[in-house]
Design a protein around this ligand. Structure first.
Ligand code: BG6
Length: 485
């Protein structure tokens, strides 16, 4: 089967990871400006102050996207650029920036896919009421979303709501600013309370798109990793089903069925982790219909049985901060439910993320068959060290290998009947990683900077740039990469 001619090829980024200009032209800090300042101090990772400086390079970046043949670009709008204090008066220069970016994209024939929220809550709202922890954030998000959707409704057809709620639950201190007093191990229920507030915000955004945007389409961009059992032992298979319920279905059932997955919610209730739900919440959630599902896929995950016999403690996902294989700080564990573990059958990136193209095919087929909605890939990519050679090139065959195998997996899923709207790998340009600074690179376009020195953020086409140009020109038929060399 051929990829349809209206298929959207592009790539993705998020505001705080590329824009920079963190306090320029009226913008005030977001929680990510604060979180990343702390991780600069702790780990030496770049701050979000300059990031990839897309704020000043957007014309050049759009020109490069056009050169690659993009027909879509997924990016997010920084709430704190539009409403520096979270609420109140919009910042005209901030709003203008997004008009300029969207106009530039449209003029280049590139369809904007806008994400309303990508981890960067205005810092003012953290100071006012601890951000997503407080229910007031839902009303403030509605205020922001209504303004933005209304402002760009004539140019933007595709909207995505809250980026990766599942990942926010797992890595809450990286993705949200969580005050110290909640980090004593006794407040983990707040992870799911934050998620509940986000579910309300997601439903509100879906309704707003349908109310305000003629022909507008909306869905949540979810971080999704299918879960395999470590072995064929029935207890491992059961553990994988439990992990699938709590890590994946807990979110997708909300988006497409309008209620919390029963097995996951029961587990959370039994452990004092379930969110407080107010009257009317579930009706609001059920009213927010998604038109498509957007998935961020990097890796599959693996689970094994974990007995609840007092020898294991509940814990959340670990992270590899060093970029040396094997230095992952631990795996999510829920005694009596499941324990996540390394899949011995798969190679990993230097940051211990399993590399599994078949997992993408498996996920797309599974999601499509269970929810019957078209899908978009809004992220997929390889974090890797890249080297700028003396002759000004970046040879990244590892990225080409990763992406080509994943596109092939998507095409196999399409062959089995899965309806796909778009493929937007992570990332268009190199950017500030959420957990590892700028040395972990994802881009098709190299940004010449280091964690310590932003230099001029000069753009350089990687080998993967030319490879992807060929993929798009052939509408996904030529995935090999020897030809263009
Ligand atoms: C996704 C996020 O979880 O993964 C992105 O939506 C992020 O914002 C990407 O950059 C890769 O993760 P990391 O931690 O390597 O930046």
């Amino acid at each position: 089967m051929k990829v349809p001619n209206n298929f959207l090829w592009g790539a993705a980024t998020s505001a705080y990871q590329v824009e920079g200009a963190a306090t320029t032209n009226g913008k005030k800090p977001s929680q990510q400006d604060v979180i990343n300042k702390d991780s600069y101090k702790e780990f030496g990772f770049a701050t979000a102050e300059i990031a990839s400086d897309e704020y000043h390079h957007y014309k050049e970046d759009v020109a490069l996207m056009k050169e690659m043949g993009f027909t879509s670009y997924r990016f997010s709008i920084a709430w704190s650029r539009v409403f520096p204090d979270g609420t109140g008066e919009p910042n005209p220069e901030g709003v203008q920036y997004y008009h300029d970016l969207i106009d530039e994209l449209k003029a280049a024939g590139i369809e904007p896919i806008v994400t309303l929220y990508h981890y960067d809550l205005p810092w003012a709202l953290v100071e006012r009421y601890d951000g997503w922890i407080d229910r007031q954030v839902v009303a403030d998000f509605e205020y922001f979303a209504r303004f933005v959707i209304n402002e760009f409704k004539d140019q933007v057809k595709y909207w995505t709501t809250i980026n990766e709620q599942s990942i926010i639950v797992q890595y809450w201190t990286q993705k949200c600013y969580i005050p110290e007093e909640y980090l004593d191990g006794k407040h983990n229920q707040l992870r799911y309370q934050i998620n509940h507030h986000m579910n309300l915000a997601h439903a509100i955004a879906c309704n707003l798109v349908h109310e305000l945007v003629p022909g507008g389409l909306v869905g949540a961009p979810l971080g999704y990793a299918p879960v395999y059992p470590l072995t064929g032992k029935p207890e491992d298979v059961m553990a994988a089903q439990n992990a699938q319920a709590l890590r994946n279905d807990y979110y997708t059932d909300i988006y497409f069925k309008g209620f919390y997955n029963k097995a996951a919610q029961t587990y959370l209730e039994q452990h004092g982790l379930a969110p407080k739900i107010e009257p009317g919440d579930m009706e609001l959630i059920a009213s927010g219909k998604s038109d498509f599902m957007a998935v961020n896929y990097y890796a599959s995950e693996c689970a094994k049985w974990c007995p609840d016999d007092g020898t294991h403690e509940m814990r959340w996902s670990g992270v590899n901060r060093s970029g040396k294989k094997g230095e992952m700080s631990g795996y999510e564990t829920h005694p009596g439910f499941y324990e996540m573990c390394k899949n011995p059958n798969l190679d990993t990136t230097d940051w211990d993320w399993a590399i599994d193209p078949i997992g993408m095919e498996y996920m797309l087929r599974d999601l499509y068959n269970r929810y019957n909605v078209p899908l978009m890939i809004t992220e997929n990519g390889l974090g890797a060290y890249d080297t700028l050679t003396e002759d000004g090139k970046i040879h990244d065959p590892y990225r080409i290998d990763y992406l080509s195998k994943h596109i092939a997996a998507m095409e196999r899923a399409m062959d089995k009947g899965v309806e796909m709207i778009a493929y937007c790998p992570w990332s268009a340009v190199d950017l500030l990683s959420t957990s590892n600074g700028v040395k972990k690179r994802y881009g098709l376009i190299y940004v010449d900077r280091t964690d310590d020195d932003p230099k001029e953020c000069k753009r350089v086409r990687k080998d993967s740039f030319y490879w992807y140009q060929r993929v798009i020109a052939t509408n996904g038929e030529e995935l090999g990469y020897d030809e263009w060399k």
